[in-house]
Design a protein. Structure first.
Length: 428
């Protein structure tokens, strides 16, 4: 075989054939493996004790007078690089934190602080070494770098605590002060590296605006009982349902078969006793095909409810908007009364982070009928209309489920009176 081409060992019975790999590729792979196996002793060994002695203005024999081995020397070098006590700019950070604490309007002081921090770290000649030694110095460097970070951060815990207290803020659980300071430093280090290697996408000007956002989310007013998840759950309301919403499901023979099969199974058994597999068998389809149309059993329940009520949702387009809304709410309440177990699934889908397409269409229908009322309100944004529609429909279903014997028309009237009174009230 000619030099420059190598063949890996042949595949086993169950293995795919391995392609022919060139010597160049195998050499590159070997280099990568070698870098993974490096440690600080090998890194300094590549420099050589003679070169180290020359740079220090001494001899190799003097080198070994002070260090018994290259490993001892490597340990001393690492200790110097990760010596938190030797940080020359610690006072600058403390002074900047103190400046924010004493500022009546901390926005400008905060911008100056974060600008100072990223420029200081980028100018630190040991920053690259700390990151590089951690990356190439072997797994033993994990603990050493971690101890360095914790030691440098601990120096600022008291000042940071005083700063946040001066703002009337405390760390939002489950975070604590140590975790939030660590997150702040992590963002700083990542932003500094990105600025050095990709200044088109990260600059001190951008960083000093981005960094405070972390604290605005992770700090809460003193006395506030909300935790971080209570704040982050607002993400569930971000998906915009109106005016941009999922396209209505297109009827297809397969989809219709699935909905019909689900309707038949739900007619025989309560929701909890019906399995997706049994619906697939009823439709004579593989379960994977079913999931291609409906991602959850709840979505199937919603599709069954909306398919059985779709005809009753049609109203006279010339009817007054209030009557159109009353008709829709009566139909929804009636469906929940007829099948409370399925009504519960529709209500649950209303408040889901990503409701089914059928639910989105039902919400859009209600919002469309409310449009003449909503258009007179400048304080209700388009994005808020979907949330309002979900609220009204959920209220309708829950009121009906709470009192199943109550006539659906009465439920619709009660919901309409309550919400319409609020919508017709003057904007605050």
């Amino acid at each position: 075989m000619p030099d420059g081409v190598g063949v890996d060992e042949g595949p086993g019975e169950d293995e795919a054939p391995t392609r022919v790999r060139s010597t160049r590729e195998r050499l590159i792979d070997a280099g990568i493996d070698g870098l993974r196996d490096l440690d600080t002793s090998r890194l300094l060994g590549a420099l050589g004790t003679r070169e180290v002695a020359r740079r220090a203005g001494t001899s190799s024999s003097t080198f070994f007078h002070h260090f018994a081995s290259l490993e001892d020397y490597a340990a001393a070098v690492v200790e110097r690089i990760y010596d938190a006590a030797a940080m020359p700019q610690v006072d600058g950070t403390a002074a900047a934190i103190d400046g924010m604490t004493r500022s009546d309007l901390p926005f400008d002081a905060s911008a100056k602080f974060h600008d100072f921090e990223i420029r200081k770290l980028a100018a630190d000649p040991l920053f690259r070494l700390r990151v590089g030694l951690w990356a190439l110095g072997g797994t033993t460097m994990d603990d050493r770098y971690g101890r360095y970070l914790r030691a440098t951060e601990a120096r600022h815990h008291d000042g940071t605590r005083a700063l946040w207290a001066s703002w009337g803020r405390q760390v939002t659980p489950p975070l604590d002060l140590q975790a939030l300071v660590a997150a702040t430093v992590s963002f700083l280090q990542g932003a500094t590296i990105r600025w050095l290697v990709d200044p088109a996408n990260m600059t001190p000007e951008r960083y000093r605006r981005l960094a405070p956002m972390l604290h605005m989310m992770a700090l809460r007013p003193i006395g506030d009982r909300r935790d971080l998840d209570d704040v982050l759950v607002e993400l569930n309301w971000w998906p915009t349902l109106v005016p941009v919403r999922a396209a209505p499901p297109q009827p297809t023979p397969t989809r219709d078969r699935i909905v019909a099969a689900a309707g038949a199974r739900f007619a025989e058994l309560e929701y909890e006793k019906v399995s997706v597999q049994s619906i697939a068998r009823q439709a004579r389809l593989h379960v994977d095909t079913l999931y291609a149309y409906f991602s959850t059993k709840r979505a199937l329940a919603v599709a069954v409810v909306t398919s059985t009520t779709s005809a009753r949702l049609e109203v006279d387009p010339d009817a007054p908007p209030v009557e159109q809304v009353r008709s829709l709410l009566t139909t929804v309440a009636s469906a929940a009364s007829a099948r409370p177990d399925l009504g519960e699934q529709v209500a649950a889908d209303m408040v889901a982070a990503r409701p089914s397409t059928e639910t989105q269409e039902l919400v859009a229908t209600l919002v469309g009928r409310l449009a003449p009322v909503l258009d007179d309100r400048d304080d209700i944004a388009l994005d808020d209309r979907a949330a309002l529609g979900r609220l009204i429909l959920t209220d309708t279903i829950c009121r009906q489920l709470d009192k199943p014997s109550r006539p659906s028309a009465h439920v619709a009237d009660a919901v309409l009176r309550y919400h319409l009174a609020a919508l017709l009230a003057p904007a605050a």
